[in-house]
Structures are given as C-alpha cells and as structure tokens.
Design a protein around this ligand. Structure first.
Ligand code: KG4
Ligand code: ZN
Length: 345
C-alpha cells in the first residue's frame, strides 16, 4: 500500500512517498526559512504564496525520488489541521485535486498526530502505551498514546509554544531566526542558574504548559529597571548565561510535565518529537530525570522531528487501514479540534 503524503501547515512545503506506513521511499522538504528570516518570524501571507509556487515541484520530486508514478499511488494523505489556514489550504487543494483526477482515496491527517506517529518512523517500533511530547514552534502538546490511532490530548500550552519561546528569546538577545538552534548554541558554556526564570505550571495541579511569562521576564531582565532603555541594548548582558538560564527554564518544564504524566498513568515510555526535540539540553535533562525512574525516553529521528510529509503518509496508512477516509469536500482548519482529556491526580 503506497501513500503520497503532503504537508504545508506552516513554513515547509513537503511531500513524501511511504509504503505500508513504514518504508519511506522519498521525503522532500522545501524550507522557507530564508524567506521569513528577514522578518524575524513566519509571515503567513509569504508562507502560503511560497507553498503555491513550490507544491507541484515538491510533489513531482517526491514521486521521482521514490521512482514512483502516480499510477502506483494507492491513496493521498494530507495535513488539514491545525496550522496557518492559508498554508494548509494549498496542500489540501493539491491533495484534493490529485485524488479527484486520479480517482484515489483521500485521507485528512491532524498534524500533531503525525508528529506522534513519527516517533516510530524508520526506527524500532515504540512500546505502547506511551506519553508523547510534541514540542515545536507551533505546538507544545502531551498525548497519552495507547495505540497508533488512539491518542488523547492530556496537556497543552496556554500561550506560546516552547519553540516559539526560544524564537522570541533569541530575537530579544539578537541571535537571529530560527531562534532555537541559535539560542542553544549561545547557551553552551553559560551558567544555567545565572538568572532565575520561573518554571511556570510546575506549582499547579496540571499537565499544561505556559511560556509567555518567560519572554516577558527576559525582556525585563534585558531592560533592567530602566524602562526607557532599548531592549536591543545588550551591552551589559552576558548573553551566554542568560541563554543558558532561559533554556534551562524551558526544558525543565517540558521534562517535569512529561514525567508528571508518566507518574499519573504509570506509563514507563516517553516519546519526544517536534523541532525542539533537537535541543541537546532537553535530551540531557530527560536522561537525567527519567533514568532514575526507570522511564525510557525515545526521540524521533531528526529528519522526522521537524515538519515533514513522511510522517503524514505513514500516519495516513494507519487511518486508511481503519477505514478513516476523508470526504472529497474536506477543508482545512487552523485550530486543533481535539478535546483535552483531564487525568486525575
Ligand atoms: O517542528 P518544527 O520544524 O516546526 C513547527 O511545526 O513549528 O519546529 C521548529 C521550532 C522552532 O521554533 C525552532 O526554534 C525550534 O523548533 N528548534 C529548537 C531547536 N531546533 C529547532 N529549539 C530549541 N533547541 C533547538 N536545538
Ligand atoms: Zn509541526
């Protein structure tokens, strides 16, 4: 069973061909980072225009690289939620057109579920049940995963995503975009306790996250007591120490909330995916805190941590097998439609 996957939810135009949900025959990701970096963040209008320009070529390349003709494709899977609406619509329109013209079944995929599926993609199968942390520029979600198609949202951010917090902090510290890699590099050798940033949510009975307060705290740290001072003035700041302290606050909350979910459920396996999964300190922190509890932590392969279409085609296979096909008139949704399941303490 061969599925063509399409992903355009944010700023990557991606297409992939995956056989039987696990054999990745091709995975093309066209990044738009250069287009957006001049603005210090993703500009939705620019993103959807770039998707429109690139989508046909990216799909053709995915088919070419897989040595696959359109005739050999059995179904088309596309991310239709959540994400930037203008961006999502480009992928959804392309997928609908391809499915209609070639008489193929269409599968609509939740981007976040595809991230969870990516944990086991091109890797040893991951033990279930598991607690999955999906942490990227757009999302910070915790899932209780009982099976490939049985995922329950048990925690989410109330405001900024963890990657977004890194991006905003890096911008304030003059480190460029995307901020995560730049900030973690700047943090190398810095003191993690040089600045005390609050670990939001750890003092509450919740599995949720909140990162926007950190950005404000950082802004005040830079400006000091001098309200008129320009936040761009960084001459009195030890950027390395501040970056290390900020990173420590973010990763501590990510790790603690995930392990809190393990404690509440008795689950001993954790999977971490999304762009922030690349963060070295996050990996170390999980290692430090999970190991003593006998909890195994797995990370998705780097190429399937960040946005890609192989995870979409792979998860599309799961949905196809369960008969969960999309209506040909399916559309895109900016918001995540999942209900939050509350786990009692
Ligand atoms: O999954 P992804 O490619 O796209 C989204 O769906 O958002 O994640 C991108 C995010 C950005 O916010 C980026 O700053 C962050 O992941 N990121 C990192 C690192 N590498 C990427 N954050 C912290 N440390 C990193 N090493
Ligand atoms: Zn993503």
């Amino acid at each position: 069973m061969r599925i063509l996957g399409i992903e355009t939810s944010c700023d990557e135009t991606a297409a992939a061909v995956v056989d039987d949900g696990v054999h990745v025959r091709s995975s093309i990701v066209q990044s738009q980072v250069e287009l957006h970096s001049a603005f210090g963040g993703i500009v939705p209008e620019i993103a959807s225009r770039a998707h429109t320009e690139n989508i046909t070529r990216v799909i053709d390349k995915a088919l070419d690289d897989a040595g696959a003709s359109l005739d050999s494709i059995d179904a088309v899977a596309v991310v239709n939620r959540p994400g930037l609406i203008g961006s999502l619509l480009v992928g959804v329109s392309a997928a609908k057109a391809l499915a209609l013209a070639n008489d193929l079944p269409l599968i609509a995929v939740n981007h976040l579920h595809a991230h969870v599926y990516a944990l086991g993609l091109d890797a040893e199968p991951i033990t279930k049940p598991l607690i999955a942390l999906v942490t990227s520029g757009g999302h910070t979600n915790l899932y209780l995963v009982r099976d490939d198609d049985d995922m329950n949202l048990i925690g989410r951010t109330h405001d900024d995503a963890a990657g977004e917090a890194f991006d905003k902090a890096a911008a304030l510290l003059g480190l460029g975009f995307p901020g995560g890699p730049a900030l973690s590099k700047a943090a190398e050798g810095g003191k993690t306790n040089a600045v005390v940033f609050k670990r939001a949510m750890l003092d509450r009975d919740t599995l949720d996250f909140s990162f926007s307060g950190l950005k404000t705290a950082l802004l005040y740290h830079i400006k000091g007591q001098d309200k008129s001072r320009d936040a761009d003035t960084l001459k009195d700041i030890n950027v390395s120490d501040v970056a290390a302290s900020f990173q420590e606050a973010v990763v501590t909350v990510l790790v603690r909330q995930t392990l809190r979910a393990c404690k509440r459920t008795g689950i001993k396996t954790v999977g971490v995916g999304g762009g922030v999964a690349a963060n070295k300190r996050l990996r170390e922190k999980f290692e430090e805190e999970a190991k003593p509890l006998g909890i195994e932590v797995r990370f998705s392969r780097p190429e399937y941590s960040t946005d890609n279409a192989a995870m979409v085609a792979g998860f599309g296979h799961v949905l196809f097998e369960k008969g969960k096909l999309a209506d040909p008139r399916v559309t895109a949704y900016a918001r995540n439609d999942e209900e939050l399941i509350s786990l009692e303490n």
